[in-house]
Write a protein that binds this ligand. Structure first.
Ligand SMILES: [Ca+2]
Ligand SMILES: [Ca+2]
Ligand SMILES: [Ca+2]
Ligand SMILES: [Ca+2]
Length: 623
């Protein structure tokens, strides 16, 4: 969050007038509309692929397919769409497309930030969303964080409750907030789902301005607040409870137990916080008006309690203004590392030394600043291998004028490839929060999604730029270049809103990654992936036995007739949000995976061969 860095930036912003991105998107959309002949051609091609799939689908594989009945039912009855709506011709030309099905989903949630004339700064930072299966029926459910009254930070009015929606498997969801006991307390921001006690049920950690909360999943549809017993209230000695925006689960010491990293934002107290104006108009303060804070690392003791190891791990010595959090073992030494995008202060790349300590190597690795030496307004973060060379790369969103930095992992350091990748042209006039790298068209290359929205709710008045911004969709061309396909991906992608958090997962188990996006003082978007190109896919559900039950931190390599791909099991993706733990791969034309190699965090390697495509496949860690 940054209102403006300098008078010069403000002046250039004023000169620039209205953000051209919306106009650009609209023009491209009309120019890109396919003609009838192309649509007909696409339909015939799809039919050919469908017949070919039926004819040549491989049979009789040795490995057992492990799916829940609902997963099987979903796949057999739903070949591409939620809600059972008929396919439109536009879906058959193979391009990435999404449709917002929130209206028919039954999800009545509205993200309520309780905006006040004082503009206390916290209002613009909401909110996160988690995509996880809380009741283990094979269907991804959705949890939203929510605000509270201001300045009391009281959540007793139902319009401020956090909300849990159960996926019914037919495109609709049921609000189970009250029965589950997950209304929450205080002004909530981020959420992280993870099974911290390895009982097979995903638990929730929620962070916020004044309260963090650990909710244990009881396995019967209810949750119990165990924050106090577990010792994870999010307080810092001598500092009280800092304003936290994100958290993530990972096993930093490879003992089979998920540990918890809490990302704190600013040294802030609503009772005496600074209030700011631009040219006499009250608006949100730039982060430069506040000090940064330390983050918190909690080590899981395995008995329902955690120990604050921020000091001994050295995590606590690195101050920042943390926004985005993402995990990956970027140097393949078997220990999960941490990337944190900071708001107007240098990013952190915390190398896991394997002895319980971390060292910030962002500067020497080349990810602290952009190529021009700037510490930009880091927002949501992603840490995934974008060119399938086995080395996880780094991407994060930022604000208008920054461009969104993209860093290619060369094995020795990271190269800033923002300009040559096409990211500058796409993003230099955009502001975005949530992000994620997923293969939306199942062609074997992970694409990028960005959730757009200006930082100020009165951006138009004070900076002469629109407050509501479109989302962005970038198709990965496979050679570290990306093509902006937002306008062609459907009106839901480019619909301007104050988008914030985004979480990713396959809600109807059809192999295409869907997205849920929050928007300030608005309904969320339920972006169902309607891409139709006949490409194959697999979703791996990892079950750790020696390792953490969710398998988070497991590195996965697959080999098919089309080459090799890499991914890693993580739920910490983007901004304030938590995505499906299952590992997805698009397979292109390959209907079989010749080899799946898994490196579990505690050190064992597992190899599977000849696995059939187009299924949710459970991999239990071999003992
Ligand atoms: Ca479920
Ligand atoms: Ca659990
Ligand atoms: Ca590592
Ligand atoms: Ca792709």
């Amino acid at each position: 969050m940054r209102a403006c860095r300098s008078v010069g930036q403000l002046e250039s912003a004023l000169e620039s007038g209205l953000n051209a991105s919306l106009t650009k998107s609209c023009c491209k959309e009309s120019a890109a509309r396919p003609g009838l002949a192309k649509e007909s051609c696409g339909i015939l091609f799809f039919l050919f692929l469908f017949v070919a799939f039926i004819e040549f689908a491989p049979r009789g594989f040795a490995l057992q397919i492990s799916q829940t009945p609902k997963e099987k039912a979903q796949q057999s009855t739903n070949t591409g769409r939620a809600g059972g709506a008929p396919a439109t011709a536009a879906e058959f030309d193979g391009r990435i497309s999404f449709e917002d099905l929130i209206e028919r989903s039954g999800i009545k949630f509205q993200l309520n930030n309780s905006i006040s004339p004082q503009r206390y700064s916290i209002e613009t930072m909401l909110g996160g969303v988690a995509v996880f299966d809380y009741n283990n029926d094979g269907l991804l459910d959705i949890f939203f964080t929510n605000g509270a009254a201001i300045p009391s930070l009281d959540k007793s009015d139902p319009k401020f409750w956090n909300r849990l929606f159960r996926n019914n498997g037919d495109g609709t969801f049921t609000d189970v907030t009250e029965q589950a006991g997950v209304k929450g307390i205080g002004y909530s921001m981020g959420v992280a789902a993870g099974d911290f006690d390895n009982d097979g049920y995903a638990d929730l950690y929620i962070v916020g301005v004044d309260h963090n909360q650990l909710l244990h999943n009881n396995g019967n549809g209810t949750f119990t607040d165990v924050t106090e017993k577990a010792g994870v209230a999010g307080t810092v000695p001598g500092k009280g409870k800092p304003w936290a925006v994100a958290a993530g689960w990972f096993d930093y010491n490879n003992d089979g137990l998920l540990d918890l990293l809490v990302i704190n934002y600013l040294d802030y107290n609503i009772a005496d916080c600074k209030l700011c104006s631009i040219e006499g108009v009250r608006t949100y303060c730039a982060p430069g008006n506040f000090k940064g804070t330390a983050n918190i690392l909690y080590r899981n003791n395995g008995d329902g309690t955690f120990t604050d190891v921020s000091a001994s791990s050295h995590i606590g010595q690195y101050l920042g203004k943390g926004m985005g959090l993402a995990f990956a073992d970027y140097d393949n030494d078997g220990y999960t590392d941490v990337f944190i995008s900071n708001d107007t202060s240098p990013n952190l790349l915390l190398h896991n030394n394997g002895d319980g300590t971390f060292k910030d190597v962002a500067l020497e690795a080349g990810v602290a600043y952009t190529a021009s030496g700037s510490a930009v307004a880091g927002m949501g973060a992603e840490f995934r291998d974008l060119n399938n060379d086995g080395l996880p790369d780094i991407f994060h969103t930022a604000m208008f004028g920054d461009t969104f930095p993209l860093y290619k992992n060369t094995g020795k350091q990271f190269d800033d490839v923002t300009e040559v990748s096409g990211m500058t042209a796409f993003s230099h006039r955009l502001t975005a929060w949530g992000t994620g790298a997923f293969d939306f068209d199942n062609d074997g290359n992970k694409d990028l999604f960005t959730a757009g929205g200006a930082i100020l709710d009165n951006e138009l008045e004070v900076l002469h730029r629109p407050t509501l911004l479109p989302n962005g969709l970038l198709r990965n061309n496979g050679n570290f270049t990306f093509t902006d396909v937002s306008a062609a991906a459907g009106t839901a992608i480019v619909a301007p809103k104050s988008h914030r958090g985004a979480a990713f997962g396959d809600f109807n188990n059809n192999g295409k990654i869907d997205i849920v996006v929050t928007a300030l003082n608005d309904r969320p978007q339920l972006l169902m992936n309607t891409t139709s190109n006949g490409n194959h896919w697999i979703i791996l559900k990892l079950v750790g036995t020696k390792d953490n039950r969710d398998g988070l931190g497991t590195r996965v390599k697959i080999t098919t007739s089309e080459g090799v791909q890499f991914n890693e099991a993580t739920t910490a993706v983007g901004y304030s949000s938590s995505s499906d733990k299952r590992v997805h791969f698009g397979l292109g034309k390959a209907a079989v995976i010749d080899k799946i190699e898994l490196w579990w965090p505690t050190g064992s390697k597992q190899v599977l061969t000849q696995v059939k495509a187009d299924q949710v496949f459970t991999v239990v860690e071999s003992r």
